[in-house]
Ligand binder design. Structure first.
Ligand code: MTE
Ligand code: MO
Length: 262
């Protein structure tokens, strides 16, 4: 941890904090655990924690950003790669499933499926670009899961596509790398941690409710993760890259928590 946390840094290594945090979380009941992970910190609390006087907006923002990065670290430690998010019966699918983006539904930019190629770059052995036909030829799976948006709604939907872990293995990705980043054709971008990329329910989705993804839900390709909040699930994916350099994200760079677990 960096400058605002010099108090903590002087007497504790990350490894010690990691063990202590995991232990504490294990012994807490669910609601307490939620509170513990919640972002509810007052400026006073923030001041105490950082050991710095918070005198202006910039230092408050810097301290909050640091708390958010600390929160990312804790969420990463507590993420259980074998724990599955709930799944639902088809009859529970929310109809119509909501649309959301940083622009309105009338501003969706069309993507030409014939000319589409998915770029795969960074720490991967096979850097070739994939046509939709090639992607459809890979083994597919589907899921009925709940999508949770921080704007205050959630909905159950059905997505089908390629288990992302099998895709990463197929392209010879460095599975020890820290991040997988996504660039979208609408200029949205985001990135995720490798353990979530390899989670059994992380899907490179080509379909919604048995039909090719419609434009509003991210044609031709989106990443679907029931273990992460809505803004972490990129639609209209144009490029995927594997990296050890923190790539951030459209909302994350404006202060949304990067790990963004559900
Ligand atoms: N390319 C792209 N992906 C995106 C977004 C976006 O604006 N552009 N918005 C995110 C947010 S905040 C949400 S809640 C979901 C909405 O997905 P939906 O339209 O399928 O409900 O997409 C996420 N992925
Ligand atoms: Mo969202």
């Amino acid at each position: 941890m960096s400058k605002h946390f010099h108090n903590l840094q002087t007497f504790d290594s990350d490894a010690f904090l990691k063990d202590a945090t995991k232990d504490l979380a294990r012994r807490m009941e669910q609601p307490a655990r939620r509170m513990f992970l919640s972002r509810a910190l007052t400026l006073g609390g923030l001041s105490l924690l950082s050991g710095c006087a918070i005198v202006d907006e910039n230092s408050a923002e810097a301290a909050l950003m640091e708390v958010s990065r600390w929160n990312d670290k804790v969420q990463g430690w507590l993420f259980d790669p074998n724990r599955l998010a709930p799944t639902y019966a088809d009859s529970m699918i929310t109809r119509p499933f909501p649309f959301n983006a940083f622009y309105g539904e009338d501003e969706i930019r069309p993507v030409d499926g014939e000319r589409y190629r998915l770029e795969v770059t960074g720490l991967v052995a096979d850097r070739h670009s994939w046509s939709l036909q090639e992607l459809h030829a890979l083994p597919q799976a589907d899921q009925v899961t709940r999508h949770i948006c921080v704007e205050g709604w959630s909905a159950i939907g059905k997505w089908g596509g390629i288990p992302f872990s099998s895709f990463l293995r197929r392209v010879g990705a460095d599975l020890t790398a820290k991040y997988v980043g996504f660039k979208c054709s609408d200029d949205y971008y985001t990135s995720i941690d490798m353990p979530t990329a390899l989670h059994a329910q992380t899907l490179l989705a080509l379909s919604y409710d048995g039909q090719p993804l419609p434009p509003r839900y991210g044609f031709p390709l989106k990443l679907r993760m029931p273990t992460k909040l809505g803004y972490k699930n990129p639609k209209h994916i144009q490029a995927i890259f594997v990296t050890n350099t923190y790539p951030g994200g459209y909302w994350e760079d404006q202060g949304y928590n990067w790990f963004g677990g559900t």
